[in-house]
Design a protein around this ligand. Sequence first.
Ligand SMILES: Nc1ncnc2c1ncn2[C@@H]1O[C@H](COP(=O)(O)OP(=O)(O)OP(=O)(O)O)[C@@H](O)[C@H]1O
Length: 258
Amino acid sequence: MSLLTLEGIRVSLEGRSVIERADLAIEPGAVVGLLGPNGAGKSSLLRVACGLQRVDAGAVRLEGQDLSTAQSRWKARRMAFMPQEGGAPPRMGLGDLVALGRLPWGETGQTARQHAAVRFALSATGLVDLADRPASSLSGGERARMFLARTLAVDARVILVDEPVAALDPAHALSVMRILRDVAAQGRAVVVVLHDLTLAARFCDRLVLMTRGRILADGRPDEVLTDERIARAYHVRARWLGETPVPWEIIAHSDEDA
Ligand SMILES: Nc1ncnc2c1ncn2[C@@H]1O[C@H](COP(=O)(O)OP(=O)(O)OP(=O)(O)O)[C@@H](O)[C@H]1O
């Protein structure tokens, strides 16, 4: 059974249609990459998926239950969302901010920080040594990893992340994509908005390509990322040079064996 389904979603904002019609079923165990040019509706669709965006038509179901009638704590324990803009970090330490991911479980303060999910999130994002730093003192990339860590700390079965690697250097981008794969392999469903087609093709099991509020294609990376579709969606020409649509790809950290 799908963990998360979006059925016949339509959204308009300030009189403009933002999502024309979208149907999506998300299964556990997979990383789904949500792609498309700026303004295609990716963030709007993620916000719909986690119940933050009102819809004009359609329904979202989480574990078969209509999200609009689901109890908020039930929802918050099952679904974690990392928005594109994490906002200015409040005046607190990084470790405490990541521990906020435990709030849906009724844990606060030190008990939350001691939770295995928080320790896992800090370690997976490479932030253990920064846990006592004020969140406001972090670099853009460290901050992005902190917000991802807070999302992972929820220990939710559905993880929705909007552009988690946009601010990251290649090594950290690689780490984050591997984390997403690892958590999906634990039987979770991961939906990740990406602009990097190389990372998307390499790490996602499935890609959903959006343009102008519609889903243009949905399938395996090699099925979705055709020259014709890349041109249609992004208005760029891509040349397929074998395994990936670019002549090189980042394959591992430099201290790892080839
Ligand atoms: N609050 C709003 N009011 C009016 N229009 C909005 C609002 N939020 C988003 N939009 C519009 O909806 C469309 C889709 O926006 P959305 O943020 O979902 O796109 P996106 O695919 O995530 O883009 P990007 O890659 O630039 O992040 C855009 O044209 C945007 O201008």
